[in-house]
Design a protein. Sequence first.
Length: 331
Amino acid sequence: MKRIVSGIKPTGTLTLGNYLGAIKQFVKLQQKRIDDEFFLFVADMHAITTRQVPSELRKRTLDIAAMYLACGLDKERTVLFIQSEIKEHVELGYILQSNTYMGELERMTQFKDKSQRQETSITSSLFTYPALMAADILLYDADFVPVGDDQKQHLELTRDIANRFNNYYGDFFVVPEPLIPEVGSRIMDLQEPNKKMSKSDEMDKGYISMFDDEASIKRKIRSAVTDSYAKINYDPENQPGLANLLTIYASIADRSIQDIVNEYKDSSYKDFKEDLAQVVVDCLIPIQEKYNELIKSQELQDLLDRGRDIASDFAFKKMRKCKKKIGLGRK
Ligand code: ATP
Ligand code: LTN
């Protein structure tokens, strides 16, 4: 039995990038690996590394939990919880900070990007964020962590921290493997296809939100930037916008990019975009319907309570052993 762990932070709205890079993969893994255990959480502690409006943060936290389930997670087999409800994440986060070097954190590209973009002061928790992320993973002895491509560097650091700890204190943490999908690990912005599709973006034409209605989805895909080659072809270097649209299609339809190119090689961009828009609508609308049923339900609350209890029990035991290993406390 293996354990699979992942999280999403409740900043901005969930995008098609989050779905294709992380959630969809998680759902597929769950269908494939029937003997494995799945821990999935909403990383609300990570959200407050940048300023959040409390009422919005709380709303988005629940939105993400409901969205995870609406995307097709198996309710029985998922330990779904909210990170801040398990205090051991922060406790282990601090211990791991004490096993992480400044130089390592300074090299993190997400920190460099975010701190450059930030107009207000940069918090120290934005800098130490990867140590908390390592704690999220190592606390639960995760074997696999399904994430998008942008998290690869954080996963490598998590592995380095685990190995460093294990070498000094003796074997204790499972060293996790990232699982990054072949297609869909990096969905790009629809207006600026050299940039990652991001929910923190101010320009909403660049991303498709998981909550967008049919008309907005169609409008955004129609106005997605392409090129003047007028030839359906997969060439990320010279036709990045089109390559991104082909990737979205392949990833939603579970087909290869080549297959999609073959089907549309004689079509116009306009016709291809029309079909793609329909594929996205057919994927998102049923998810939104399920989300609407779940968001106000007692079932969601019950699942989060159950998830909190299971995760908390696990985390408590792991931390007791961890502190003992390090020499913290009396026994
Ligand atoms: P931000 O855009 O604000 O930096 P984020 O969407 O990257 O936030 P999370 O919400 O925590 O941050 O990401 C959740 C998961 O979605 C991660 O596994 C991440 O790798 C994946 N992900 C995010 N954006 C994309 C994208 N454009 N393409 C594929 N996967 C993505
Ligand atoms: N850092 C991630 C979100 C995240 C995560 C995790 C992903 C926090 N903790 C643990 C996988 C496992 C992000 O910014 N996308």
